[in-house]
Write a protein that binds this ligand. Structure first.
Ligand code: GPV
Length: 807
């Protein structure tokens, strides 16, 4: 598209929708007009892509996820359509800053953290690799809460992201499905002797899909992310006499549950899970029936992926649709179901492994519960004589009056994968070992990845431009080409350019920090970043203990030789997670204490940026020097911010947990700071049960002073929170071994303090991280899923060449 064409289109749209001339339009009108233009361009490709899948009858994957976290889409869509530069310069001609327009868009925050963001990186990569794949999820009216700090406490405000409408979505009323919940189901014997389920008093709700085009990177492909929203069917309107009664139905897709790696156990959450599973499965089967193929070919045309256990009811729902609605016999339907479904596990944390009370299942999804009972019964009978009674009992879906959702997902699918090597190994050896004994061939690893388009090309243009200069722009299509940067390891000029690019982003972040918090930070300081959900196992508290250590040292010795450091945090806590909230309060109080103490001479600063989300991540990550990945070994399934930070040249300080292990392997020991217990040592402690945090406290004077600061008034205004933290670390024996790892952590931090002073040494480490980040491209991850698990192939029959490669 030429500049003139873009201008003409914008002019027309502004007139038609707002009765405005280009020159008089504000950012909001311009944003919506530009969004409309993008949609018009991509809709044509979307339609073509869809027609192509249909005529080629290509096998497609449906990625079922209760969370998607796309963030903002304006710049990403422009980049992927190959018109980012043209649009930017066209707008500049009329004195409009594209960045200002981009700020108008609300983050689409229909997820909590890593799990939802992974789903969105996958959507970008699936389209960009030309793979036929679609998302299936929930269109929450309110996304993840907005976080504010009031007196250092987290306050949660509703996220009204739909207030001004959502330009990207298309409501497809004609594709709506009915979903049935509640009521009673009994089995009726038919004349032919067969049993048939009969439902009474069910509640029927309407699932209306809103589709968003997932635009591939300059390849003409546009896939679909389908999010379902609940409505009251017109035929049922009369049943709802009051607004209150209507609201109980409308509440179904009102809010995203704000728990990260923690189950909520609420009835509405269970109904949400069934709602998007049932609507998704019904629409897939409706599509398949249009193809007029025999049922046994279903697994040749359709793959369905279960992203964590939240969509695990795919197993009984697909069985229900095949058996109850289409008359297939159980064995045949089961064979198809197992072939079609696959499952990813994202955690080993017991509290995140979903178990639903049977009584709740019976209330919310009575027929589904019956089918689960039958799955359980047949599971037990089939394994009789093959495996021990104990093993069978331990692996059943039904135990202790609960439905074990992970068991259901594993038994009802042909593939179970973890999200990093160490995590997948732990699944096999410990967490899901029983299932590994029964189904060894079902287990595999797919290390997570990230969409480098968003996390480097869009978020960090200064660095992206330097990389182009050094190695040409082939890495933009093939992230593995970043490896070519290794040729510049000893090239001072190149290293300096990369450092200067980092400085640009640090200055931008420093300005943002000043504007939003009033805290002044120097871009010459080390920017030390920990960004992720607030969780005890992620050990933000250990980071804080280190900050307190430095604080006391500088107080004792004001002339101490230390590279100035800014500790930057971004983290939301689940509203019900009081311990995590106490840690937020403590970090904020320490920040206040440190930042206002002139005697520290700006040697350390602490910044807790509120409302961490995708857009804030895009500001913080390019500016980071140090990446904190300090979870207790074995607890972080993978992590993905670790990958985004390395891609942007941050050097990692890490435990050997999750994907950190593979990052270490990729960059080598010299380019990462590894410390702390290994996963094996952690499990040894569990076995021997001989850990004593009290002992460490008693023997370490410095640590005593740090911990006492939480309860002796040193850190102000945390009477309650300080005691809670102190008790967790001492009275309750420090569940995540912070005190055990602290000493080692401090040593690694001291090494960073030393190394950073030698700027070429540091830049070399930084370079090695950028160069090897191509190993963690989500493009490769989804290709591996496509080949090993989904058995789908890329389609490029209708591709067209567009734009320039750097958009
Ligand atoms: I389970 N994860 C998450 O964000 N929410 C959840 O409910 C569950 C897992 C995360 C893991 O904690 C990360 O280690 C991982 O990188 C991410 O999922 C994506 O796999």
């Amino acid at each position: 598209m030429t500049k003139e064409e873009i201008k003409k289109e914008l002019r027309q749209r502004l007139r038609d929708t707002y009765a405005l001339e280009l020159e008089d339009a504000g950012p909001v009108e311009l944003f919506y007009s530009l969004g409309g233009l993008i949609k018009a361009i991509s809709n044509e490709k979307w339609h073509k892509t869809w027609k192509n899948y249909l005529t080629e009858e290509q096998k497609q994957v449906y990625y079922f996820s209760i969370e998607f976290l796309p963030g903002k889409l304006l710049k990403s869509n422009l980049l992927n359509l190959g018109i980012l530069n043209e649009v930017r310069t066209t707008l500049a001609d009329i004195d409009v800053d594209l960045e200002e327009l981009a700020e108008v868009e609300k983050d689409m925050a229909l997820g909590n953290g890593g799990l939802g963001r992974l789903a969105s990186c996958f959507m970008d990569s699936i389209a960009s690799c030309g793979l036929p794949g679609n998302g299936n999820g929930i269109r929450y009216d309110y996304g993840l809460f907005k976080q504010q700090f009031v007196d250092g406490y987290q306050v949660e405000l509703p996220d009204e992201w739909l207030k001004r409408g959502n330009v990207w979505e298309i409501r497809r009323e004609s594709k709506a499905c009915d979903v049935k919940l509640f009521g009673n189901v009994y089995m009726k014997r038919l004349a032919n002797g067969k049993l048939q389920p009969v439902a009474e008093n069910q509640t029927t709700v309407r699932a209306v899909p809103y589709d968003t085009g997932m635009i591939g990177y300059q390849n003409g492909i546009v896939n679909t992310m389908r999010l379902w929203s609940v409505e009251i069917p017109i035929s049922e309107e009369a049943k709802y006499q009051s607004l209150d009664e209507r609201r109980t139905v409308e509440d179904l897709t009102a809010v995203l549950y704000p728990d990260d790696s923690q189950e909520s156990g609420r009835l509405v959450r269970l109904a949400q899970e069934y709602f998007f599973v049932s609507a998704g499965i019904q629409s897939i089967i409706r599509y398949y029936k249009k193809l007029n193929l025999p049922w046994h070919s279903l697994s040749e045309k359709i793959a369905i992926h279960i992203n964590d256990t939240h969509p695990a009811m795919c197993v009984p729902e697909l069985m229900r649709v095949l058996v109850d609605e289409n008359g297939l016999n159980w064995e045949f339907a089961w064979d198809i179901t197992v072939k079609v479904l696959s499952y990813t596990n994202h955690t080993i944390m017991a509290e995140a492994l979903e178990k639903w009370p049977i009584y709740l299942m019976k209330i919310v999804v009575p027929r589904i519960y019956q089918i689960i009972e039958e799955i359980d019964r047949r599971y037990v009978t089939t394994l009789q004589g093959i495996h021990s009674q104990d093993l069978i009992q331990r692996t059943r879906p039904l135990q202790n009056d609960q439905v074990y959702m992970a068991h259901l997902a594993i038994i009802g699918s042909h593939s179970t994968n973890g999200v990093a090597k160490i995590h997948s190994d732990l699944l096999k050896s410990i967490v899901l070992h029983d299932f590994y004994v029964i189904y060894p061939e079902r287990f595999n690893n797919k290390t997570n990845g990230i969409a480098e388009r968003r996390w480097l090309q869009l978020a960090n243009e200064p660095l992206a431009n330097v990389i182009d200069e050094l190695i040409t722009d082939s890495w933009r299509k093939t992230p593995q080409d970043l490896k070519l940067l290794m040729n510049y390891q000893n090239d001072e000029a190149a290293l300096t350019k990369i450092r200067e690019a980092k400085l640009v982003k640090k200055e931008e972040l420093a300005n943002y920090i000043l504007k939003t918090t009033g805290i002044e930070v120097s871009s010459n300081a080390i920017f030390d970043v920990q960004i992720k959900r607030l969780h005890a196992y992620k050990r933000q508290l250990m980071n804080l203990l280190h900050i307190l250590k430095l604080y006391f040292e500088i107080k004792d010795n004001p002339e101490m030789d230390i590279t100035p450091r800014v500790f930057i945090f971004g983290a939301k806590a689940a509203p019900s997670y009081t311990y995590a909230k106490s840690i937020i309060k403590a970090i904020n109080e320490v920040a206040n204490m440190v930042n206002t103490d002139r005697s520290l001479q700006d040697k350390i600063k602490v910044v807790f940026l509120p409302n961490y989300n995708v857009s804030l991540a895009e500001k913080i990550i390019p500016a980071a020097d140090v990446s904190e990945q300090i979870s207790l070994a074995s607890k972080e399934a993978s992590g993905t911010s670790n990958m985004k930070l390395m891609l942007n040249g941050a050097v990692t300080i890490a435990t050997l947990d999750g994907a950190n292990v593979e990052i270490r392997d990729a960059v080598g020991d010299d380019n990462i700071y590894i410390f702390g217990l290994t996963e094996k040592e952690v499990y040894d402690y569990y076995e021997k049960q001989d850990y004593s945090s009290q002992k460490i406290y008693d023997e370490d004077e410095n640590l005593r002073r740090i911990l006492d600061a939480f309860v002796d008034g040193t850190i102000p205004n945390i009477e309650f929170e300080g005691q809670e933290i102190y008790d967790a670390l001492l009275k309750f024996n420090d569940e995540y071994f912070l005190l055990r790892d602290f000493h080692d952590y401090v040593k690694a931090q001291e090494q960073i303090n030393q190394d950073y002073k030698d700027s070429m040494l540091w830049q070399k480490k930084s370079l090695a991280n950028i160069a090897n980040a191509g190993n963690f491209s989500a493009d490769d991850t989804v290709k591996a899923y496509a080949e090993d698990i989904w058995q789908i192939e890329p389609i490029f029959a209708h591709t067209e060449k567009e734009g320039t490669t750097n958009g």
